[in-house]
Write a protein that binds this ligand. Structure first.
Ligand SMILES: Cc1ncc(COP(=O)(O)O)c(C=O)c1O
Length: 427
């Protein structure tokens, strides 16, 4: 008997696979803005010296003002990526050798490497199964006298459990950095994620909700953190030397500066954020309504009327109920024309840098040093929920992203149902 599923030679739902992570669209507004910068020849106005150009000039300040207004914060400092903004946040908070920072194990590697970059040690906490974000109970288990901060990631466009996290931070006098690279516009109990902790960071990387190719922003309501972040961004070590005594901070800075072309694109993209988010939310709700009654497929759970912005559409495959193994399901979907992820990313502590505890050439710094009294545990098994998501259950699609419409979502659902209804072919 001829087989139905495309993985077995049957006719696929789509002849040609749809793109995975289609980039956020550019239109005439971005083109016009870029042309204006090109015609001015001023591709960057930054100067690493005391004076107004230290802050990057008009285009950079314009972008930062737009961000400040949109997210209702006091200070925004642009960076050339969210990765460098994360490092700026660690520098701003004065975290360094001897310190530990608790980070979720399920995130992009930069969430943890920013800690290493400043000579401190990341300690990995497990995630919650319902929202994939850091588990407050696991934070508590990992606090030591050396803990200085928690990095909370609002993963996939949803928000973490801030009520509990803020209480823990207050009780143990810990700072909170929000890695909001994936969740611009998301809300936790009515408040923008990224603006709940002491410092928040956003990304304009090409795969993100809004993009300028590369780019990032750090936001805070604390003037000192904002100033230290500006020094981290623009060669602080030489700039402070030219400043008056009361402003002097000892900072090892770098060149984390955004160009004017990136700044004007990012500004136009922020102005489109609400409409891009709205489109994704409509499609994601539609997809949930179509998938939620399939036993063994677990769609996103939303609590407290929090606003999820679906950077990607996350879901779980429960093999024991669905009767299909996650990896087989993903492979079968790929043959039908829809790319899915097998587990997002490896739990960060399983990366070689942590397994071998070698970050700076062959030395053991900062995992073992004269400054550090701890002994971090990066053994397999420390974050069981995260490992299970990665190995067995978690997957995501980018089918709710612009330029896709209900038409593509319907075809996606058709492929899912085709596989579920013919699962015996996958045995
Ligand atoms: C959660 C998270 N944090 C940080 C980053 C780093 O962002 P960027 O590429 O702007 O450096 C990413 C990018 O994938 C991310 O997903």
């Amino acid at each position: 008997m001829s087989k139905i599923l495309a993985i077995n030679g049957g006719k696929p739902v789509l002849k040609k696979s749809l793109p995975f992570f289609p980039p956020s669209p550019m239109d005439n507004k971005e083109k016009k803005a870029v042309l204006r910068i090109m015609q001015s020849n001023r591709l960057s106005d930054f100067v690493a010296g005391n004076g107004e150009k230290f802050l990057g000039g008009k285009e950079i300040i314009d972008l930062e003002k737009t961000f400040t207004k949109k997210f209702k914060v006091k200070y925004s400092v642009s960076f050339n990526s969210a990765t460098t903004a994360l490092h700026g946040a660690i520098v701003a908070l004065g975290i360094g050798p001897g310190d530990e920072v608790i980070v979720p194990a399920y995130s992009m590697s930069a969430t943890a490497s920013c800690v290493l970059m400043n000579g401190a040690v990341p300690i990995f906490a497990d995630i919650r199964e319902d929202n994939y974000c850091i588990d407050p109970k696991s934070i508590l288990k990992n606090i030591t006298p050396r803990t200085k901060a928690i990095i909370v990631v609002n993963l996939f466009g949803g928000s973490a459990n801030f009520n509990e996290i803020l209480k823990i931070a207050e009780k143990h006098k810990l700072k909170i950095i929000e890695d909001n690279a994936q969740a611009p516009g998301a809300k936790y109990r009515g408040k923008f994620t990224g603006t709940i902790g002491d410092i928040g960071i956003f990304s304009f990387n090409t795969h993100k909700v809004i993009q300028s190719g590369e780019g990032g922003v750090l936001v805070t309501n604390n003037k000192k953190y904002s100033f230290r972040a500006q020094l981290a961004r623009n060669h602080g070590e030489c700039v402070v030397d030219q400043m008056d005594e009361k402003n002097k901070e000892i900072i090892l800075g770098s060149n984390y500066r955004l160009t004017n072309i990136q700044a004007v694109i990012a500004k136009e993209q922020i102005l489109k954020l609400d409409s891009l988010n709205r489109q994704r939310i409509i499609l994601a709700d539609y997809l949930t309504s179509k998938l939620k009654d399939i036993p063994g497929i677990e769609t996103p759970v939303l609590k407290n009327k929090n606003k999820h912005v679906y950077y990607i559409y996350p879901f779980k495959i429960k093999e024991e109920i669905l009767g299909i193994n996650r990896d087989k399901f993903v492979d079968a979907m790929q043959f039908e024309g829809f790319v899915l992820s097998k587990g997002y990313v490896k739990p960060i502590y399983l990366l070689p840098i942590y397994q071998k505890k070698k970050a700076f050439n062959n030395t053991s710094f900062p995992f073992k040093s004269m400054f550090y009294k701890g002994s971090p545990n990066y053994k397999k098994g420390i974050c069981p929920v995260c490992e299970r998501m990665y190995e067995k259950e978690f997957t995501f699609t980018t089918i709710c992203q612009n330029p896709f419409t209900k038409k593509e979502v319907d075809l996606f659902v058709k492929a899912v149902k085709k596989i579920v209804n013919n699962k015996e072919e996958l045995k």
